[in-house]
Ligand binder design. Structure first.
Ligand SMILES: [Zn+2]
Length: 348
């Protein structure tokens, strides 16, 4: 080979292998169903059809079996009709009620919560922070999740067993020198985190799945604090939505040990919303594949979740993956286990 040919090979080989890596990936665990507990397609019927097409593709090309999605509605459609969604999704999407700008009381009256539970909603999605992202003109008062005005709702959720579904109370705060753009101010960040712990102290029986790992996965010391919270509050759980692109900020061995240690309390999730075109189906597949590769393999996964930095794979054991992918969701949310059985999955 002449030197020019060699140069071309050197330039193109890494590009090729990166492009085909996700495309060629086949899971080692085709028998483990997956549930994404944090999605936002709302009641968009075409959007839901796109999820089903993605499911077919994943199964045929990657041996990945998507069983269910939990649909949290979206900011413009916080209350979707679960009957429409479940029909359109062929029984593969369950819905939550939602409040996307919690302030001065939550949107759904405490008296209405049992009705929603009876109607088939599996939880209550609450978005509460950082408050200034959504509540600019209402910044007076106490804009944190422990606002006393929220108390009657949390009390009723705790009483009737309505799950806090992907509750969001802060944005990510990275280590000094790499804090990121989301919530760069550590003081504001910790105000939001501690406000949430005050809610947990008042409602020890409230079952919650915190969105984005409670945003406590971006520094090694945050992971230690999460260990403390999970130990202190046995009904606290976390989803992994949109956390994957930050895994390079912490020690891989620490994160891996944490996931193994707390496998009963961690749920697979992405925060993927709705998309409209066939090309976007491919992009969403790539995103999903990267999350599975990060959790299942020991490879370096280029592109993180949102197309960000390269993330080292965690190579988690199968028993851990089973809990994260579906067993915890089946235990925590109403209807999930029944729906899995209805769809033909054999659970022990
Ligand atoms: Zn979300």
């Amino acid at each position: 080979m002449n030197s020019r040919g060699f140069l071309l090979l050197v330039i193109f080989l890494p590009v090729l292998s990166m492009e085909t890596l996700h495309g060629q990936f086949k899971t080692k665990y085709p028998d483990v169903p997956r549930i994404d507990v944090h999605t936002h397609v709302a009641a968009d019927v075409q959007g839901i059809a796109n999820y089903l097409a993605l499911r077919t593709n994943m199964l045929e090309r990657h041996d990945i079996d998507f069983a269910l999605w939990i649909n949290l509605g979206d900011r413009n459609n916080p209350l979707v009709d679960p009957i429409i969604v479940e029909q359109a999704s062929e029984g593969r999407m369950l819905c939550s009620i939602a409040d996307y700008a919690a302030h001065d009381g939550l949107d759904h009256d405490p008296d209405s919560l049992q009705h929603y539970l009876d109607a088939g909603f599996v939880g209550y999605k609450i978005w509460s922070g950082p408050w200034y992202r959504r509540l600019e003109e209402q910044s007076e008062g106490h804009p944190y999740i422990d606002d006393l005005a929220h108390e009657p709702t949390f009390a009723e959720m705790e009483r009737i067993g309505m799950v806090g579904a992907s509750v969001h109370i802060a944005d990510p705060n990275g280590p000094w020198g790499n804090r990121g753009d989301w919530l760069a101010d550590p003081v504001e960040y910790w105000k939001e985190i501690t406000a949430w712990t005050r809610v947990l102290e008042k409602h020890p029986d409230l079952v919650v799945v915190m969105a984005h790992g409670n945003w406590l996965l971006c520094q090694d010391a945050q992971i230690d604090y999460l260990r403390y919270l999970l130990t202190t509050f046995p009904n606290l759980n976390i989803d992994l939505a949109a956390t994957f692109q930050y895994f390079h900020l912490v020690q891989t061995e620490n994160l891996r040990a944490f996931m193994i240690e707390w496998a009963d309390r961690i749920l697979y999730a992405t925060d993927i919303g709705k998309w409209t075109s066939q090309e976007q189906t491919t992009e969403r597949m790539e995103q999903y594949l990267r999350t599975f590769q990060i959790l299942e393999t020991d490879k370096q996964i280029a592109g993180g979740f949102f197309g960000g930095p390269t993330i080292p794979g965690l190579n988690l054991p199968k028993e851990v993956l089973e809990k994260i992918y579906f067993k915890n969701a089946a235990r925590l949310y109403p209807r999930v286990k029944e729906q899995l059985i209805h769809l033909g999955y054999e659970l022990d």
